[in-house]
Design a protein around this ligand. Structure first.
Ligand code: NAP
Length: 490
């Protein structure tokens, strides 16, 4: 089955950080795929910018290598056309070099959509925006995309948002959280709001609890320097996990219009029960991986990788959060994320309450409560665990089976990467899947007190062996409530 593709308006996409990892691994392959599907108009240009001096031809060679490496089989005709769209300019984000050249190139087409994608260190977000403003490069259809992290805390996020906001209107600012571009995440909205089945049950009367797990099997790899200044709470919870929580917990928005959806997400963030020093201790667990094993064999611990022994940066976090409103009162949302865990998997598990009364005798076996599992990666899909009768004449025996829908199998189409959808949304000016400023502020307002408590705490993060599911305190966190993390489907 082919999906519908609507061509976007002609655009100039200016990628700052075009020689970096994100551009090569994600942005260029995503743009190539969009070109393949016929979504890019003939007049679409990609203006790659980075600090170093490079001939455009040399940059195109690099781009060719990375797209070949990350995409696999290519349509050579489309690929030739795709490479021809790319220009390269050496532009220094922190100095004047190259800005006149960029202004000249953009002035050739003042009427097309102009999108600045800032795939550079966040330290450059402010300086780049200031120079964009100073060179008068913002037209009415100009947008800017900023990558995470948006600040290190509420105060620095505010400063950054203020700087960007001096140059761009809020409706021109696209704060990207690539989790929101994943097919399954959007499917969560389809599941909830395009089916009559779930919404009546989507509340504390029928749902026991929700688990959101984003587990990585890799360690910090080459990013230890950056990671040590962030940690799992800032890097994953403040953005990705809280955004997922919002989509599970929000009220039905009035429409799919960007502000309707974001208004509802904001209400959830504001209703998150704040954690104080006492509750932080009881409801959060910080961990740091030690040496252990991964699929590739023995691996060293975080501190060895970092080359220091004094870091208290967490590579794992588990949190029991609650949402103080009518719909969710008393329903815990357990959040968990970490590096070097037993598997690479991102899942939302919605655990329903048990049936109120069983009509079956003991011979039938136990009856498990229903569970809806929304799998973000790998193998995006949705699965509902239900009870059925075991086939055959052997009496009434009950068995739990999955009603399973793997998107790859169900639709037999390539599963597009989140960046494909999100970049095209930027060009279209659709902000539904991007974070509004007040959402970022509200997320930090919930996260900041946790960071402060941890900073005051005397104890270090709890060690966990690489290749496990994190520190035992994380298991205790949920088992104290008589529940358990679901790892059986992984
Ligand atoms: P990276 O590999 O370190 O690349 C940095 C880029 O910034 C390079 O193209 C570099 O150009 C350019 N740059 C550095 N100094 C510059 C200057 N003074 N003027 C102009 N350009 C300059 O970084 P990355 O991993 O791609 O990450 C980019 C951003 O995306 C970061 O904010 C990161 O947090 C975010 N992000 C990345 C990922 C990912 O998977 N990589 C995922 C989510 C978010 P030169 O090569 O010419 O120095």
């Amino acid at each position: 089955m082919a999906s519908r593709v609507i061509e976007v308006d002609p655009f100039d996409l200016i990628v700052f950080g075009a020689t970096g990892d994100l551009a090569h691994r994600k942005l260029l392959p995503a743009l190539y795929h969009r070109d393949c599907d016929g979504q890019l108009p003939d007049e679409a240009r990609i203006i790659a910018c980075a600090r170093r001096d490079l001939e455009p031809g040399k940059y195109r060679e690099w781009a060719e290598e990375s797209v070949r490496e990350h995409v696999g089989d290519l349509d050579e005709t489309v690929f030739k056309r795709f490479l021809e769209r790319i220009d390269y300019l050496a532009v220094d984000a922190g100095a004047d070099k190259g800005w006149q050249d960029l202004a000249g190139v953009l002035a050739e087409r003042p009427d097309v959509v102009r999108a600045f994608y800032l795939a550079v260190s966040p330290d450059f977000f402010g300086p780049i925006c200031e120079r964009i403003g100073a060179h008068d490069l913002v037209t009415d259809t100009t947008r800017v995309v900023i990558e995470k992290p948006i600040g290190k805390d509420g105060a620095s996020a505010k400063k950054l948002n203020d700087t960007v906001g001096e140059v761009f209107r809020e409706d021109q600012i696209f704060r990207i959280d690539h989790y929101l571009g994943k097919e399954t995440v959007q499917n969560l909205m389809a599941l909830r709001f395009a089916n009559a089945l779930f919404e009546p049950l989507w509340n504390s009367a029928h749902i026991d609890h929700v688990q959101i797990t984003v587990a990585e099997s890799l360690g910090v790899e080459g990013r230890a320097g950056y990671y040590d200044t962030a940690g799992a709470l800032r890097d994953m919870v403040q953005n990705h996990l809280l955004q997922l929580l919002c989509l599970v917990a929000m009220e039905p928005p009035e429409s799919m219009d960007a502000d309707s959806v974001r208004d509802e997400k904001l209400k959830v963030l504001k209703a998150l029960m704040p954690l104080d020093p006492e509750t932080v201790e009881k409801r959060t667990v910080r961990g740091q991986y030690r040496a252990g094993a991964s699929a590739g064999g023995a691996v060293s611990g975080y501190l060895e990788e970092l080359g220091r022994t004094d870091s208290v940066t967490e590579t794992f976090v588990a949190i029991k959060s609650e949402i103080a409103n009518w719909r969710w009162s008393g329903v815990p949302f357990y959040l968990r994320t970490g590096k070097r865990l037993a598997a690479r998997v991102s899942e939302i598990v919605v655990q329903f309450r048990p049936i109120p009364h069983s009509i079956f005798d003991g011979e039938a076996g136990s009856i498990n409560a229903n569970r809806l599992v929304i799998r973000l990666q790998p193998n995006e899909g949705v699965r509902m665990q239900i009870m059925i009768k075991d086939p055959g004449p052997g009496g009434m025996r009950l068995r739990e089976v999955p009603l399973d829908m793997s998107f790859a199998e169900a639709f037999k189409v390539r599963n597009p990467d989140a960046y494909e959808r999100l970049i095209m949304d930027v060009i279209r000016g659709n902000q539904t899947l991007f974070m509004r400023r007040d959402e970022v502020d509200a997320a930090w307002a919930w996260v900041d007190p946790i960071l402060e408590c941890w900073a005051q705490a005397k104890d270090a993060p709890k060690g966990y062996t690489s290749g496990t599911w994190g520190p035992s305190a994380s298991i205790a966190l949920i088992e104290r409530d008589g529940r358990t993390w679901f790892e059986d489907m992984i």
